[in-house]
Design a protein around this ligand. Sequence first.
Ligand SMILES: Nc1ncnc2c1ncn2[C@@H]1O[C@H](COP(=O)(O)OP(=O)(O)OP(=O)(O)O)[C@@H](O)[C@H]1O
Ligand SMILES: [Mg+2]
Length: 250
Amino acid sequence: MIKTQGLMKKFQSVLAVDRLDLDIPPGEIFGFLGPNGAGKTTTVKLMTGLLRPTAGRAWVAGFDVQAEPRKAKKMMGLVPDQPYVYPHLTGNEFLRFIADLYEVELSYQKKKIPELLEMFELGEMGSELVETYSHGMRQKLVLAGVLLHQPKVLFLDEPMVGLDPKSARLVKDVFRRLSETGVTLFMCTHVLEIAERLCHRVGIVQQGRMTRVGTVAELRSQAAQSGSLEDVFLALTGGDQYRDLLKYLA
Ligand SMILES: Nc1ncnc2c1ncn2[C@@H]1O[C@H](COP(=O)(O)OP(=O)(O)OP(=O)(O)O)[C@@H](O)[C@H]1O
Ligand SMILES: [Mg+2]
């Protein structure tokens, strides 16, 4: 459902994404992990057609993102790292706008929008302007928006940031349910517990290069680490610097 071949993005002297090859089957939840500045957000922007690659190709649900952007985009939903919502629309209006954009049938919109607002505990906020929403409320509104048009592939860039524990739990359950119905999820996250519990496979990216990919159990054995995913992650991404820092602080 998501495929990349030699995907690359160069910003002047920075190689943000370095020859990425990925193949993600239907229903998989793929976690993309890596230090700040490793190239995760840039990869999502390339795969969703927001940035043009310097080289290489990306396909979503079989459509080439560069050559057939409209067809590819119709199949996908994106939750960007910043919840981008129009401040002068109400929550209801925002969702209707998104639904119209994706040509969601009106009768389905009328049924689904109140359901989604209710599910994300935004029922009472539906007729309020988005500018009055908190960060977490905006995040949930964006999530409601992507679920509205039933995408086959979801790209999520740090979707849990700013969610309270109950909302985070709800969102995790929703992701699991989507995956069970065949939706493919590509998720950038720094929350290792989520990667460990939710993701079928994870990829670790460093300085634009995906250096490891596999199940958490596979990565653990590669790193010869028996501890938490945090230990494995630090071992694989050169966590020595953290240990040195701790020694320095001690
Ligand atoms: N528009 C841009 N122009 C120039 N350089 C950019 C641009 N966008 C990203 N970069 C650079 O590309 C590299 C990868 O950035 P990116 O935002 O993809 O990292 P990330 O893995 O998402 O990091 P984080 O975990 O902090 O979100 C960084 O070195 C960044 O400075
Ligand atoms: Mg990022």
